[in-house]
Write a protein that binds this ligand. Structure first.
Ligand SMILES: Nc1ncnc2c1ncn2[C@@H]1O[C@H](COP(=O)(O)OP(=O)(O)OP(=O)(O)O)[C@@H](O)[C@H]1O
Length: 308
């Protein structure tokens, strides 16, 4: 890994983060979150909870309305455009829709991760330093795409495209990965493979990540920590094992979570069985609501629980 800062600060700190859109929607309502180095956080919550907004406020694709975002000790909201460009190099973004350049090859797409370092003209002339080329080959091998270097992006499957997206983000040598619904367009088996790959790579590299993901089973299986958002507020912050039915109700609202496992068990498709094997959150056994306490003492949790 190259060029990482060496401070004792947490990798990411959100302090009282607020986002109110011009329409009046309050998407984030004073969110506090600290992510240490090397931790993989899954961000879950119902549609409209503010997950994408939170991810985008970190790299200022969406401008926060209030509060602070600190990356490795440096505050982002006040950075000038020039400083922000530099900071964004250190934030690897992986999108649901891959955001590849369709007519470029896999190798060119991966190398575009170095754009922020190499400069436009050098990239345009396709003159990348040897070290970047070697790194791109290495990363393509790591994500399982050796031999695909010269394929055009538009000739790839969804899973292969997401692997390119991961390699491209890693090419930036980021401090933090921001991952927005990486599996939303993928089948269950591919989703699981992609989530496993992402989390393995983070662990290998000591890389922190925030992954916005709808699939609670994948989140609990692969992430170190779960953060649940509801109506822009943090209502769960703790271990995957703490996602008991009462907590799921706090996050998503009323539902019979005990039935969820049975539905999945009944799925006849073998891919789905493979994808769903060993899902901790969906093999939940009945836990009395009054003993179901998440691993966090976050105050907003109790507020939200009271209103759930
Ligand atoms: N560009 C926008 N302008 C106005 N309101 C917005 C905008 N983007 C999001 N919102 C609102 O902000 C709230 C949070 O939206 P956001 O997309 O962050 O939620 P989400 O949890 O990512 O949802 P989903 O899981 O459906 O993607 C919602 O009420 C949404 O309608």
């Amino acid at each position: 890994m190259r060029g990482h800062a060496d401070t004792d600060a947490p990798m990411l700190e959100l302090q009282g983060l607020v986002k109110r859109y011009p329409t009046g929607d309050l998407a984030l309502d004073h969110v506090d979150l600290t992510v240490p180095r090397g931790q993989v956080v899954a961000l879950i919550g119902p549609s409209g909870a503010g997950k994408s907004t939170l991810i985008r406020c970190i790299n200022r694709l969406v401008e926060p309305s209030g509060g602070d975002v600190r990356l490795d000790g440096r505050s982002l909201p006040t950075q000038s455009a020039r400083e922000l460009r530099r900071t964004r190099r250190q934030l690897g973004m992986i999108f649901q829709e891959y955001a590849l350049v369709e007519r470029l090859t896999v190798m060119e797409n991966v190398l575009s991760g170095r754009l922020g370092y190499t400069g436009f003209w050098r990239s345009w002339a396709r003159r990348y330093p040897q070290a970047d080329l070697e790194q791109a080959f290495y990363l393509l091998d790591r994500v399982g795409l050796t031999g695909f270097e010269n394929k055009r992006a538009d000739a790839l499957s969804g899973g292969q495209r997401q692997r390119v997206g991961i390699a491209r983000a890693l090419m930036q040598d980021p401090l933090l990965l921001l991952v927005d619904e990486p599996t939303a367009s993928l089948d269950p088996k591919t989703s699981r493979q992609i989530m496993r790959l992402l989390c393995e790579i983070c662990r290998e590299r000591g890389l922190s990540a925030i992954i916005n993901i709808h699939d609670v089973a994948l989140a609990t299986q692969f992430a170190d920590r779960i953060v649940g958002l509801r109506k822009g507020r943090l209502v769960y912050d703790g271990q995957p094992a703490g996602l008991v039915p009462q907590v799921l109700t706090d996050i998503y609202g009323m539902e019979d979570w005990h039935d969820a496992g049975h539905e999945h068990d009944a799925d006849p498709a073998s891919d789905a069985r493979e994808a769903l094997a060993g899902m901790p959150s969906l093999s939940i056994t009945a836990t009395p609501a009054d003993t179901a306490s998440p691993a966090s003492s976050n105050d907003t949790l109790h507020t939200a629980r009271a209103t759930a």
